[in-house]
Design a protein around this ligand. Structure first.
Ligand SMILES: Cc1ncc(COP(=O)(O)O)c(C=O)c1O
Length: 402
């Protein structure tokens, strides 16, 4: 690279990724093939429109790539219609919401501190600005109380209910959400950004039968290039989704990202991906149990998926911010996260969220996660003499690649 400044910073970031234990639940390490497609010459091409209907010429190969991505995605989630163009999970949600309801209509989503996402109706987001929004919450045990959601829906009368979350460690009952949506005449959007890898292999129930539209990111448990997707079984909804992605929300699709998504969808269709996700979920359970054994408070007391949130205030007398800084000093990367009914601001928080998808990709086993829980417990109890333990744990999985 001629730009040695950027190159040297990329190299430093690579070293950071190699030398830290990565527990941010929304991150992962993509394969070399995904990386190759994402860094390819496809970034040079403009392709506004869809396969066979482009506003620019020279799209004969671009069309093939996008169609392969669509076909693989449809096969992976057993859906009839798919759009692979959203630049991110947020843009997927913006287009799906616009396809399902009109500006000014009502959205009901899980509150941010209960584990919801900004795009599910948060006031400072487009979803809480261009739509009228309200929230449902988890109960004091950290679980979704479907009776309460129904009660709230009856009062608020939403046009759209959003389910599928950013920090919820339990199975989402999409059938119950559909019953609630039907009871109040609302549409249902399932945002499986976090759990899409689990849904793809059947380790989490699929919303396909129940939701009017399904959105996801492609870079979390699905382990693909960064971006978003939207799926539906309804032809009319599919037309609206396509229209709202382009020309509604976006211009030209990021074809290098779409190629990276296509490669990842193929990988996710292989039996090895099933094994990978099995390991992610088993490791998550083992990791949570190892904390519980030490009397650490976990929201909802455990996990069914790849992540969970630790109440560090109750367990260690620390804010999420303090805990994440302490861990970062010891080469362990987590994100501070609000806990249900948090009294701290989202910049401070009382919790940290941890996930096992990224380190399972690096090869971490259940025993490694048990060791890691011990190390984190030591750090948060302010015994920061753990650097050799972190080094030992990581050095087993050092990659010899570029
Ligand atoms: C549930 C959920 N939806 C949407 C998004 C947004 O994805 P992106 O960051 O790609 O816009 C996220 C990202 O964290 C998420 O957790």
């Amino acid at each position: 690279m001629k730009d040695t400044l950027i190159e040297s910073i990329i190299q430093k970031e690579k070293e950071r990724q190699d030398n830290h234990i990565e527990l941010i639940a929304s991150e992962n390490f993509v394969s070399k093939d995904v990386l190759k497609a994402t860094g390819s010459i496809l970034t040079n091409k403009y392709a506004e429109g869809y396969p066979g209907k482009r506003y620019y010429d020279g799209c004969e190969y671009i069309d093939q790539i996008e169609q392969i991505a669509i076909d693989r995605l449809k096969k992976l989630f057993k859906v009839k219609f798919a759009n692979v163009q959203p630049h991110s999970g947020s843009q997927a949600n913006a287009a799906a919401i616009a396809a399902l309801i009109k500006p000014g209509e009502r959205i009901l989503g899980l509150s941010l501190d209960s584990g919801g996402h900004l795009t599910h109706g948060y006031k400072i987001n487009f979803s809480g600005t261009f739509y009228e929004s309200s929230t449902y919450e988890v109960n004091s045990d950290g679980f979704i109380d479907y009776e309460k959601v129904l009660e709230k829906a009856k009062k608020f009368k939403p046009n759209l209910i959003i389910c599928g979350f950013s920090a919820y460690s339990r199975i989402v009952d999409f059938k119950k959400f559909k019953e609630i949506a039907d009871a109040v005449g609302a549409k249902l959007l399932a945002d499986i950004a976090h759990i899409s890898g689990l849904v793809a292999v059947g380790l989490h129930p699929s919303p396909v039968e129940y939701a009017d539209a399904i959105t996801s990111t492609t870079h979390k448990t699905l382990r693909g290039a960064r971006g978003g997707i939207i799926m539906t079984n309804n032809e009319e909804t599919a037309k609206m989704i396509d229209r709202w992605i382009f020309p509604g929300m976006q211009g030209g699709p990021l074809m290098h990202s779409i190629a990276g998504k296509a490669v990842a969808f193929r990988e996710a269709l292989q039996p090895e991906f099933q094994d990978y996700i099995n390991n992610v979920v088993n490791n998550s359970r083992i990791f949570a149990e190892a904390f519980k054994k030490r009397k650490v408070k976990i929201i909802s007391d455990g996990t069914d998926n790849h992540l969970f949130t630790i109440d560090v205030k109750k367990s260690y007398g620390l804010t999420g911010k303090e805990a994440s800084i302490l861990l970062q000093k010891n080469n362990i990367t987590v994100n501070k996260n609000t806990i249900p009914f948090d009294t701290e601001s989202p910049f401070v928080t009382s919790g940290i969220r941890v996930g096992t998808a990224a380190m399972t990709t690096k090869g971490f086993t259940g025993d490694d996660f048990k060791t890691l829980a011990k190390i984190i417990h030591k750090v948060l109890k302010n015994d920061d003499n753990v650097s050799i333990d972190v080094y030992n744990l990581l050095s087993k999985y050092k990659q010899n690649d570029e």
